[in-house]
Write a protein that binds this ligand. Sequence first.
Ligand code: GLA
Length: 384
Amino acid sequence: MGMGEMGNGLGARMLMTIRSGGVGYRAAAAERVAAAFGEAYGEGPGWVVQGAGRVNLIGEHTDYNDGFVLPLALEQGVWIGLRARGDGQVVVRSLDFQEGATLDLGRLERGRGGWVEYVKGVAWALQEAGYVLRGWEGVMGGDVPIGAGLSSSAALEIATARAFAAVGGWDWDAAAMARAGQRAENAWVGVQCGIMDQMVSAAGQVGYGLLLDCRSLQSELVKLPANTAVVVLDTGTRRGLVDSAYNERRAQCQAAAAFFGARALRDVTMAQFLARADDLAPLLRRRARHVISENERVLEAAAAMRAGDAARLGALMNASHASLRDDFEVSSAALDQTAAAARRHPACYGARMTGAGFGGCVVAVAAAERGAEFAAVASGLLSD
Ligand code: GLA
C-alpha cells in the first residue's frame, strides 16, 4: 500500500492503493503507540491491538435495510498499546488528540463528546451485553483519516473492544463485538449507523472484500480480482454523519418497506417493486429503487470478483454511483466530478463514492500494472 499526494483542481488527493493480499504496508502507527507506551510506562505494552478502517467497494445504504454490503478492511485503523490494570479503571491517552481520560468501569457517565465517548460507549455496550470487564491502561493512535468516510469511529470502537478482549482473555466473537460497537454508536454517541463498518473492522481481512449479509451477519471473504488495485481518492470535502440526512434516508427506507408490507427493503424483489412502483410516492420510489437494485449489484459484484471479472465489477460500481446520485441523492459535486475524472483514465475499471456520502472519498478499481500510473496521473485527470 502506498500513500501519495495528488494536487489537482478538485482538491482531491490519492490516499491509498490496496492490492490483493494487502502486502507491504508498514504499520508506523503501531510502532508509534508502542513507543509512546514505553515512554509513559517504562516498559513495552502487553498488547498492541487494532481496529481496522474500511473502504466500501459496493453496497451503500443497504446495511440498515438488512441488505448486502461488500467492504474491504484497510491496514490503517486505530491502534492501542496497553497493559491490564488490577482495578476497574481504564486510563487511556490519545496521541492524535493529545488528551488523556480515566474511566471508572463501575460508573460510566456520558461526557462532553469526542473520542473518549466511543471508548465509554463500547465499555457500556459490552457490559449491557453481559461481559465482565477488566481495567487497562494504554495509549492509542490512528492512521485512518478522521471523517473521510473510511470509518475511523468504527475502527476506534473495534480497537476498544479488542483491548477489553485482550485483557479479559476472551475469544474474539466478531459479530458480538461489532454489535457492541454499533450499540455504542447508536445509543451512547447518538449516531444511527448500520452494522457494516463495525463488522468489516471486526471480521474483515486486508486485501479481501467481505461479502456480508447484514441481517444474519453471515460473511464470506472474497478476493479482489487478480491484477487489480483499489485506489482511494479523497475529495477533501467532509460532512458529519450525525447529519439529519442519514436519519431521513433511514426513515424513508422504512416507509417504503412498510408500503410493500415488508420487514425491510431487503425482502422486496425488483419484480415486486416494479409491479407496484407506480403507486409509491416518487421520492420513496427512488429511495427504494436504489436499495433494491444496490442489493442485486452487491451479489453480482461478489460473483464478478469470484470470476476475476474486474470489468464487470467496475461497471457495477459505476451503476452504484449513478443510483446513489440520482435515486438516493447522497452524492455531491466533488464526489461526482472525482469519480467521473477517475473513470476517464484507461486503467480505471470503475469508480464510485464510498461511505455515507455528501463528501469524503471515491473508491476506484484499476488495473494493477497501471495502478501506480493511475494514481500518479490522477492529479492531471482530476483537474479536467
Ligand atoms: C455509514 C454508516 C454505515 C452505512 C454507510 C452507508 O458509513 O456507518 O452503517 O450505512 O454509511 O452505506
